[in-house]
Structure formats: structure tokens, C-alpha cells
Design a protein around this ligand. Structure first.
Ligand SMILES: [Zn+2]
Length: 517
């Protein structure tokens, strides 16, 4: 089994912000989850570096476009480890092998008869690097996204015959109703296709900052086609993924060191994660381009919503803007990862704020998970010297955990990352209720409580192990600390079932999520 997940490549003109972190974190959760299932995983992110906006910004800064791209790409490359993203490769569209592969694929599109020369005239937004259709222009010929005045441009171009794919795209959407999700985005893409597809420029004339068109040196490829192809080109020159990000003993041993072409193993992609502002390029242009190049289509495109920051009440430690870097510095990356996927149902728009972050941190991370981990390990140490005798787990808890792993897998398979997390979190709460109901501190006082206390402590430790394995994709560092304290570092999913593992030696765990103070 192989699993391939991508984020969009991020445009180097912007600085990394919460939106970039959000998509990358979500893709990372999927990648880690599939590694836990023992699958070969490839997780790709990177930067989009060509196009007029980069050339313009470089000119304004008095540097070359390549210098500007080099500088800004580093900021995105640095983001990944800060948010604990385990991407297997970081693609830059200025990578020479990417550019060569773009030329190869788009030449094939031309050889197949889907490229022609013509004159394009239209309203163009330099910030979008895109021409606007008549029905998407705001009053005063303004860009609906950037609100700047559009320019009327006319140029001699090579066109991609998008209109030739109208029927095939309709068939695709008919045949595969999970090609785009959530459903509202599928409908949006489908209605765009039904409204009638027009051919689109494939190249830009007289721009130089882009991938040169091999059959006409006065043109470079339109930045969107260059960018979209990253998902495919990366596999042709990225090194074999090591799988080393899986905690514990199962981490991929003996991966070959030399670069192999990964296309055979990982294409087509299982999931492209995107935000809704780039839906049309991914849901319409991208499959059409692949059809034109005779390349297999990706399985799924998942469109997540926006994180809205409204003027809500602010927290005292974080101010009023949810800055991912400030959160990480003060509370750690795990807390940010948990919060973003817990607070806003993945796939929908939702509000985030520093106040709601702090509330979840205290009530769920510190009081629920953190407390469960602290008191479970503390009680095993206090009442049993850290050693647990082998045996069964409590049947009552086993029933409440039955089918959990399968349900989490089913949710993650559908990119329902918030629903999967909620399944796990209900068991964190169940374990806390179990502590209250069983009151181990009373069993420890009772004359005939020893056997029962063994059962309760074993069930708690095993339950904590089970939820920690399942939480590992969401909160890798915290989950690893828990598993380490339980002496059970293996995070493979086939051992996640309650009762499937055995906890024998337990160490007291320091607070996972200290109170902010
Ligand atoms: Zn614009």
C-alpha cells in the first residue's frame, strides 16, 4: 500500500501565516496516520516561485527573482519543522528537474494536439497572475480578491484547449462523486464545468521569470500550469522517503539511499489538500491537463475552509491575533495542531481566536489529556512501584473502545480529521470517568482491593496507551512522551486496540501541558 498526500505549493511572495500552517498540519496528520498503518507514504509540500508578482517584487527590491525566491523559500522550508511537519520532500518550482519535467509534460500536451497559437485579450490581475472572466470582475474593473484595478491585456499566446475536455470532465464528476469533497465544493466545480469551458492561455509572452517554452523561446509557461505540475514532477527526482518519522521500533529500516523514480510507487496522488480560493485550478484545469498529457488522475481533492479571525475577546498571554509562531513558542506545536483540527470542523470555515485557544488548552489538553496521563502514571508508581502484572483489561472499557481504531481509520480515509479526533477524545474523557468511578485511591486502602486495583490500573495504563497511539498523528511529541513513560514506544496502528499491547513498567510523567500561569 502507498499513500501520497500534498499541500499546495506556497507562493513565495507571501510570508508564512496561519493558513499555510493549517494546510500543512492537516496533510501531516494524514501522512503520519498512514505511516502508522504500515503504508509507504510520500508527503509533499514546497514553494511556487515563478510568475510576474515575484519578478515585480524582485525588481522593486533591487535583487534578481532567483535571489528573492531563494530567500523567501527558506522561510517556508523553516515552517515545516516548527509545526512538526514530517514532509518527505520540499519542492521548489525553480528546481531544474521540475522545470525539465514541466517542459516534457507540456510538450506532450502539445504533441497530443491540445495547444494552439492565438491572441488573448482580457482583464488581468497581476497579483493573481490570472485573467478574469467577465462574470467575475468587480465594479470598476477590479479584482474580486485583491480589489485592485485590473489591466486590459492582449497578447499573442499559446492556448490550452480546455474546452476539449468538457465532456470528459463531466463524465469524471459523474463517475467519481468523491473526486472533490466536501460536497459543496464538488457542486461548485461541477457547475463551473457545466457553465461551459473556454480555452485558457498556457504561456505568457515576453515574460522571462518562468519555465521556458521549449518550442518558442519568447514564451514562458503560465505560472499556474508550472505550479500544478509540481505534484507530478516531484516524484521524478525526490529521494525515497525514509519512513523514519514513525515512532518506535517499526520505523522503516533499510530504505535505499539512492534516488529512485517514485512515480511508479506513488502516482496518482491520494489527496491534494487545498483551500477553496484555488478550487478551479485544481478541480478543472488540473484533471484536464492530466487527461491531455495521458497521465492518471489523482484520487481525491479535499478543500478545507478558512480560519476566520474575528475581533473576539483576547487572551492575556497571546494578545488578540492568533499568531502560529507565538502559540508554538509559548505552548508548543502539538497544542497548535490539536487546536486547529479540534476547533474548526475540517472542511468548513470557522472562527479561531486566542481566547478559544487558551480555553481548549486548559480544559482539554491540560485538564483532560494531561491530567489523565499524569495521574495514571503517578498511581502506577505510587501503588505498584511502577510495575503492572500482566492480565486482561476491564470488559466495561473494552466495550467502550470496541471498533475505535476502525472508525478513526474510516474518518481519516475521508479526510474527516476533526471527526477522527473527536472519536479519540471521547475515549480520553471515558478514561477520566473511569478513574472517578473506580477510585483507585479507595481500592488501595481496601483490604481486599489488590486484584481489583491491578485490573483498574492496568486498564487505565492500557487505555492511555491506546489513545496515545491514536493521537500520535495529531500530537506527535506529546504522544511519544506518553508512550515512552508507559514503556511502549511502538506507535503502529495494528497495536492501537485496547488490550492489544501490554504495559509493564511505568514511569511518572511530568505534566504534558503545563498551565500557562
Ligand atoms: Zn487579484
Amino acid at each position: 500500500m502507498a499513500f501520497y498526500v500534498t499541500t499546495p505549493i506556497y507562493y513565495v511572495n507571501a510570508a508564512p501565516h496561519l493558513g499555510h500552517a493549517y494546510t500543512t498540519i492537516a496533510a501531516d496528520v494524514m501522512a503520519r496516520h498512514h505511516r502508522q498503518r504500515g503504508e509507504a507514504v510520500f508527503f509533499l509540500t514546497g514553494t511556487d516561485e515563478h510568475g510576474e508578482p515575484v519578478a515585480d517584487a524582485a525588481r522593486a527590491a533591487g535583487v534578481s527573482p532567483q535571489q528573492l525566491a531563494d530567500e523567501n523559500a527558506q522561510r517556508f522550508k523553516a515552517l515545516a519543522p516548527q509545526i512538526e511537519a514530517s514532509n518527505d520532500f520540499f519542492i521548489r518550482t525553480t528546481d531544474a528537474p521540475h522545470m525539465a519535467k514541466v517542459q516534457e509534460v507540456l510538450s506532450r500536451v502539445r504533441d497530443n494536439g491540445f495547444v494552439y497559437e492565438g491572441t488573448f485579450e482580457g482583464w488581468y490581475c497581476p497579483r493573481c497572475a490570472d485573467f478574469k472572466a467577465e462574470n467575475e470582475i468587480d465594479e470598476g474593473n477590479r479584482c474580486p480578491i485583491h480589489h485592485i484595478e485590473l489591466t486590459r491585456e492582449s497578447e499573442q499566446n499559446y492556448f490550452f484547449k480546455l474546452s476539449a475536455f468538457q465532456e470528459q470532465l463531466l463524465e469524471l464528476y459523474e463517475r467519481r462523486d468523491d473526486f472533490v469533497s466536501p460536497r459543496s465544493r464538488y457542486n461548485e466545480a461541477l457547475s463551473f464545468i457545466r457553465s461551459g469551458l473556454r480555452d485558457v492561455p498556457l504561456t505568457r509572452h515576453r515574460l522571462t521569470w518562468g519555465v521556458p517554452v521549449p518550442w518558442d523561446s519568447e514564451h514562458v509557461f503560465y505560472v499556474w500550469f508550472d505550479a500544478l505540475l509540481n505534484y507530478y514532477t516531484a516524484l521524478s527526482y525526490a529521494p525515497q522517503p525514509s519512513g523514519a518519522a514513525l515512532a518506535g521500533a517499526r520505523a522503516g529500516a533499510g530504505a535505499p539511499a539512492q534516488a529512485l523514480d517514485l512515480t511508479q510507487e506513488f502516482w496518482p496522488a491520494n489527496y491534494h489538500l487545498i483551500a477553496k480560493d484555488i478550487l478551479r485550478f485544481h478541480a478543472v484545469y488540473w484533471p484536464a491537463l492530466l487527461m491531455a498529457a495521458e497521465i492518471e488522475l489523482p484520487h481525491h481533492l479535499f478543500v478545507h475552509g478558512y480560519l476566520l479571525m474575528q475581533g473576539e475577546k483576547m487572551s492575556k498571554s497571546l494578545g488578540n491575533v492568533l499568531d502560529p509562531f507565538a502559540v508554538i513558542e509559548r505552548f508548543g506545536a502539538d497544542a497548535l495542531r490539536f487546536y486547529l483540527l479540534r476547533e474548526v470542523p475540517f472542511g468548513q470555515d470557522g472562527s479561531v481566536s486566542t481566547a478559544s485557544f487558551e480555553q481548549r488548552y486548559e480544559s482539554e489538553l491540560a485538564n483532560e489529556l494531561g491530567n489523565l496521563a499524569s495521574r495514571t502514571t503517578a498511581m502506577v508508581v505510587r501503588y505498584r512501584g511502577g510495575s503492572l502484572p500482566a492480565g486482561d483489561v476491564d470488559g466495561e472499557l473494552a466495550r467502550d473502545f470496541a471498533g475505535l481504531v476502525q472508525r478513526v481509520c474510516a474518518h481519516v480515509d475521508a479526510a474527516e480529521l476533526t471527526a477522527a479526533l473527536d472519536e479519540i477524545w471521547q475515549r480520553v474523557r471515558r478514561l477520566n470517568r473511569y478513574v472517578e468511578q473506580q477510585a483507585p485511591w479507595r481500592l488501595a486502602q481496601a483490604e481486599d482491593g489488590a486484584a481489583r486495583l491491578d485490573l483498574v490500573l492496568r486498564t487505565l495504563a492500557e487505555g492511555l496507551r491506546s489513545v496515545a497511539v491514536l493521537l500520535w498523528p495529531y500530537m506527535p511529541a506529546s504522544a511519544e512522551r506518553v508512550l515512552d513513560a508507559l514503556g511502549a514506544p511502538d506507535s503502529a496502528l495494528d497495536g492501537a486496540e485496547l488490550g492489544a499491547g501490554s504495559v509493564e513498567q511505568v514511569r511518572q510523567l511530568e505534566p504534558l501541558f503545563p498551565k500557562a500561569g
